[in-house]
Structures are given as C-alpha cells and as structure tokens.
Design a protein around this ligand. Structure first.
Ligand code: NAP
Length: 162
C-alpha cells in the first residue's frame, strides 16, 4: 500500500521523523511538501528546494514531491490526484483530511509525538525569541537547516510578513 504524507515541514522536526518512521512500517511513503510555491512568509520561511534538501538529508526512502497552493480547494485536489499515486493520505491538517475524504480516499492522522513541543510553529517562535530550538530537530535536519540558513530565513520572513 502507498501512503502520501502531506505537510509543510517548516522545518522537519523530531515529531515529523517519528510519524514518518511509524508510517514507513506500514506503507510505501511519498512525502508531499505543501505550499511549495511559498517562501519567506511566517508560515513558510523555507523554499521548497530548501525543505527538500533537509528531507533528503534525513530520509532515504520516501519520494519527495512539491504541491503548490491553489485558490480553489477542488483544483488543489485535482493536482494531488494527477501527480500522486496513493491508497491512503496521512495529514495533521483537518482541511486536508476532509478534502481527501470527500474524494473517497482513506485518511489517517500522523502518529504524534508531543505535538505541543515538536511543532514547526513552536520552533519558528523560538528562533524569533532567541530560544533553543535545535534540540527539537534531528541532527540530520539541523545540519541541512544550518546549510540553508534557516534562522536567517525565519527572521527575514517575520520582518517581511508583519
Ligand atoms: P498545517 O495546518 O500547518 O498542519 C497541521 C498541523 O499538523 C500542524 O500543527 C502540524 O505541525 C501538525 N503536524 C503534522 N504532522 C505532524 C507531526 N508528525 N508531528 C507533530 N505535528 C504534526 O498544514 P500542513 O499539514 O503542514 O500542510 C498542509 C498543506 O496543504 C499546506 O501546505 C496547505 O497550504 C496545503 N493545502 C492547500 C490547499 C489549497 O491550496 N487550496 C488546500 C488544502 C491544503 P507542524 O507545523 O509542526 O508541521
């Protein structure tokens, strides 16, 4: 069975790693990186290429594809169905689960690991506040995040994006 794991991975942290490893025990996995056409915004500081570099540094098996945001949810689902081959969707986003479900696809929640701590929002907040965020990401992610300038991208995105 093939599963598509949808997320923005801003950035890829220990909670994502835990959920990906859990899903890999049951499925051939494709990672669909959402908002691939967004960058340097508060929610999406890293570009798709930067996020792919981080994921490639951490994960050997899953195929990694970008999904552009669309104004229309139905068009977004058309893009998903055209570009991806899957039996199940795994996502922490309730809208994503509803859209897949409405098209007749099976959906699952990720296996969460302390979601209040291992959270992209919390990591980006810590970067801006100058607090320690590094222990919330695996070493493979930290290494690539330092190469792509994650801290600078987050700070720039906060300045640009109000
Ligand atoms: P999200 O709404 O930011 O994520 C949902 C929540 O699940 C986040 O709090 C996320 O935390 C959490 N989460 C997911 N996996 C987790 C894990 N393993 N451990 C802990 N927390 C986890 O959205 P998303 O799932 O990142 O991305 C959905 C993508 O679909 C977005 O890019 C969105 O734009 C796209 N989309 C687009 C359209 C359209 O264009 N019309 C429609 C629907 C969806 P983290 O922040 O830590 O990941």
């Amino acid at each position: 069975m093939r599963a598509v794991f949808v997320g923005r991975f801003q950035p890829f942290h220990l909670g994502h790693l835990h959920a990906v490893e859990d899903a890999e025990e049951r499925y051939d996995l494709v990672l669909a990186v959402g908002s691939s056409n967004k960058e340097r915004t508060r929610e999406n500081p890293l570009t798709f290429e930067e996020r792919k570099k981080v994921l490639d540094n951490c994960l050997e098996k899953p195929e990694i594809v970008g999904l552009e945001d669309r104004d229309d949810n139905s068009e977004w689902m058309d893009q998903v169905e055209e570009e991806l081959d899957f039996d199940v969707c795994i996502s922490g986003n309730s809208l994503v689960r509803r859209l897949f479900s409405e098209r007749g696809h099976e959906v699952e929640d990720p296996d969460y690991l302390k979601p209040e701590v291992y959270s992209g929002t919390e990591i980006r907040r810590r970067v801006v506040e100058g607090e320690n965020w590094r222990k919330l990401v695996p070493g493979c992610s930290l290494e690539a995040l330092e190469e792509v300038g994650f801290e600078e991208a987050v700070k720039e995105s906060y300045e640009n994006d109000g």
